[in-house]
Design a protein around this ligand. Sequence first.
Ligand code: DGL
Length: 272
Amino acid sequence: MADNRAIGIFDSGIGGLTVVKRVEQLLSGEDIIYFGDTARVPYGTKSNSTVIEYSIQNTIYLMQKNVKMIVVACNTASSVAMDTLRKYFNVPFISMIEPGSDFALRETKNRRIGVVGTNATINNKAYSKDLLKKNGDLYVVEKSCPLFVPLAEEGWLDHNATEIIAKEYLSKLTEKDIDTLILGCTHYPVLTEIIQRVVGENVKLIDSGFASSHKVKEYLTTHDMLNEKAVNGKHDFFVSDVPSKFKEIAERFLGREVENLQKIDVEHLVRH
Ligand code: DGL
């Protein structure tokens, strides 16, 4: 048995390409249809109801393309929309939250875990709720780091300003003696080097996209849904806008050239 349909992946914009990169690395034979809602990004500063509505529209869009699974490659959407999506759509979903917290639980030795993400992800306490549900004997400290998103897009990956901002945000976590830090936002893996330097080598960083890609593989394997191809999956990228410097940012996040890019009309999403 196999399922040769594509994996659908959506994000609020370009950040989800860090997740696509991980899925590509792990499952090179899978076809991928990516949708980035670049016309309506960011989601991290929007209300829950707006993010849920957009997530429903993105899901309908991908389901019309007959995908076999949907990866919600946006921590913000994963934080607020999963219950609704799972309730109304009959397709397997992989979110960023559960896989990220599973990896963190596996790594921590002192049971003190930090979480960073957008305002919405942190305000909704998505990670701490999931972590504490799985293990009540934990200390979890969360911090929103909204400036990391524009810094990653600007490409200030090794810039003094980024280091100063990272120290300001992350000292609130390191002073709590965490040994594991979940990067709960699509953009943060791009800043791994600076974040690791600031928190110190003894803190294990968890890339939620990396964790989720393993969940995708596990799900497809246990449900006999892998694509039969071993390599050369076809990847199509759809966005609702092509912002300035799109190519440069997208390639930084994906780690390679973005081909097969098409812009779709937001109207197309709203009409359902
Ligand atoms: N993709 C979002 C996330 O992972 C970050 C960008 C946004 O705020 O939309 O939370």
